[in-house]
Design a protein around this ligand. Sequence first.
Ligand SMILES: Nc1nc2c(ncn2[C@@H]2O[C@H](COP(=O)(O)OP(=O)(O)OP(=O)(O)O)[C@@H](O)[C@H]2O)c(=O)[nH]1
Ligand SMILES: [Mg+2]
Length: 271
Amino acid sequence: MVGQKVAIVSDVPQTTRTTIRAVLTGLDHQVVFTDTPGLHKPRTELGRHLNQRVDEAASGVDALVLVVDAAAGVGRGDGFVAARELEGRSAPKLCAVNKIDRLRRSRVLPQLAAAAELAAFDHVVPVSARTGAGIEDLRSTILSLMPDGPALYPAGSVTDQPAEHRVAELVREKALALTEQEVPHSIAVVVEGIERNDATGVLTISCSLLVERESQKGILVGKGGRTIREIGTRARPEIEAMLGGAVFLDLRVRVLRNWQRDPEALRRLGL
Ligand SMILES: Nc1nc2c(ncn2[C@@H]2O[C@H](COP(=O)(O)OP(=O)(O)OP(=O)(O)O)[C@@H](O)[C@H]2O)c(=O)[nH]1
Ligand SMILES: [Mg+2]
């Protein structure tokens, strides 16, 4: 929607943990998109916090967009989210029916019809975030619904996230892709410091990957450090492109016992 990677992506549910704003600025308009965590049945304190973020974000906006997964099939979970977050709200409501790249043509209409049943939508738009199909349509539909108002962000900004947070998120994205089962949910990433070498211009970024148990630390480090090295190899080029310069990534893995269930740890992690 804004032409740049602002939120990380993974196969693992509850990838997004904070409310992320993405800013689209044109000659005569600015739209601020708020990406939220996915509403789910919480199993930990973190899960409850994530659901709260969704409730907060859904109030006081100019339009609401429910994104559903047409490849998985629109279903009961979507109905639950629609009832909880859309019902009773006066803002215009849209449904983005995503992943149509994975559907045979004949399955698209039934999915659109199922989506239309979820709530009193003003628009239901088929899209593919992967191929970009329908995205222009969704963007112009949203634009047509926006009230007049002043720009809230300077023209050049694409997100409200500080650089440290974006770096930590990119590292977490690579860690999620290289781990499985319960481990991805147990990973949090914190940037401890960024130092610039004035002679070479290289930025040294020190990052901690936090896990909940000693055994998970072993998994994340990998045999002879293989996994943590691979995380760095994958994250570094994206971080360099984002910051516009050479980066040395110093990654270490630490245990912060059961942080997902610890309100004090969540507070310190900004979650
Ligand atoms: N085929 C296909 N896959 C997609 C599309 N959009 C997203 N995906 C995949 O769906 C998965 C989830 O994407 P995310 O962006 O992490 O989804 P999310 O809704 O933000 O999920 P959370 O942050 O976990 O709440 C990833 O594996 C993506 O690659 C699409 O249009 N087509
Ligand atoms: Mg997400």
